[in-house]
Design a binder for this molecule. Structure first.
Ligand SMILES: *Cc1c(COP(=O)(O)O)cnc(C)c1O
Length: 373
């Protein structure tokens, strides 16, 4: 006798229109299989990434006025805390399919956390190169605990990327940076989710830009859904960089990129040409925001909306506020929040404006007095 508890669960490789499946989400490869370069033979290595919430942010919309609706795509709620999981489930599954035993990446932190988690889950070694001293604490903690072999170099991300590219050509290790085409294939599913929830593409997509893979991937996703007639329009792609690391804005490489937003501290983006093509095709723009503007948006998201993202992610909201004069009336805008605030507790504590009264005597009178009563 066979007893199946799951007899009434319908396979959903063909997704019905409307809201995503809140329950029983199986990870983005299974949910979007029809749109991804996988086959029956691909071993699916997943932590059930994707299906992240699209959250309205009315306090930010109010700063813009014009009857706009603003949402954040909170990709910091992925399994390792950033959108990098979307690309990594694909890159690692395909590496496994090809028989790889080890993967390598350069990282400002989040790629290393995701590569480590997915590679270890797939039984592979993960080598990660990071810029010594410029990786947020949470990200380093993750890579180490997931069991990556972490190599901190005395150089920046751009140098680390040059080294891992060469390593993957000369040694038996598969490159899983966003030069790996499967990364962008996985990442494009975030655009699918946005459309699945909104019912159409937004008017604007605001996104932080570092190596420029994610902006390219979102555009791929919107275009693919548009071709399949799952949306009727395409968004303007609005890319935002930190002023101290803004090669897409100025058109020249930054030899010494500097910003508090370490996840986008990149001076020579690997996907520059593709991102320029996206800008032209979508009639979007690249703009730069200062570290102070990033920190203002970071605090506003947390204390005004209850959403804790990492500094690089706040660049999308900082950017939107900076160019708010260009926002059309009644627009629907999505800002991508690429990573979770818990990744970088140092920056949060250092730049919070909240009162933190310490050393209070342990009695009601003292506590009430400190409360201002
Ligand atoms: C990787 C990353 C980015 C930049 O994405 P690119 O694809 O390199 O442009 C932005 N924010 C966070 C939190 C990231 O981890």
């Amino acid at each position: 006798m066979t007893l199946s508890l799951s007899a009434d669960i319908q396979p959903s490789s063909e997704r019905s229109t409307g809201s995503p499946r809140a329950n029983g989400w199986r990870g983005l490869i299974e949910e979007y299989r029809a749109y991804l370069p996988v086959s029956e033979k691909t071993p699916v290595i997943t932590l059930h990434e994707g299906n992240t919430p699209l959250i309205p942010v009315p306090a930010i919309a109010a700063e813009i006025g014009k009857n706009v609706q603003v949402f954040v795509k909170y990709d910091g709620l992925n399994p390792t805390g950033s959108f990098k999981d979307r690309g990594m489930t694909m890159a690692i599954s395909k590496a496994k399919e090809d028989g790889a035993e080890a993967v390598i990446c350069a990282s400002t932190g989040n790629t290393s956390a995701a590569a480590a988690a997915y590679a270890r889950r797939g039984g592979m070694r993960a080598f990660v190169l990071i810029p010594d001293g410029y990786v947020a604490l949470g990200k380093l903690a993750q890579a180490l605990l997931y069991g990556a072999e972490v190599l901190a170099i005395q150089g920046n991300f751009d140098r680390a990327l040059e080294i891992v590219r060469a390593a993957s050509e000369q040694y038996p290790v598969t490159l899983v940076n966003s030069l790996n085409p499967y990364r962008l294939e996985g990442q494009k599913t975030a655009a699918f989710e946005v459309v699945d929830v909104l019912g159409d593409a937004p008017d604007w997509l605001c996104i932080p830009v570092g190596n420029a893979g994610n902006i390219t991937a979102y555009w791929m996703g919107f275009c693919q859904y548009h071709q399949e007639r799952r949306c009727t329009k395409l968004p303007k792609m609005m890319g935002f960089q930190a002023m101290g690391a803004a090669p897409m804005v100025t058109g020249h490489i930054f030899e010494h990129p500097e910003t508090i937003a370490t996840a986008i501290r990149i001076g020579n983006p690997a996907n520059r040409d593709r991102a320029i093509a996206v800008q032209h095709a979508s009639q979007g723009t690249f703009n730069a925001v200062t570290d102070d503007e990033i920190l203002d948006a970071y605090r506003l998201l947390a204390s005004g909306e209850g959403i804790f993202c990492e500094p690089a992610s706040a660049a999308s909201v900082a950017g939107l506020l900076k160019v708010k004069d260009q926002v059309p009336e009644n627009a629907k805008i999505v800002c991508v929040l690429t990573g979770n605030g818990l990744k970088d507790p140092d920056t949060a504590i250092k730049h919070s404006r909240s009162q933190f009264k310490q050393g209070i005597a342990p009695d009601l009178t003292s506590v009430a007095q400190a409360m201002g009563f």
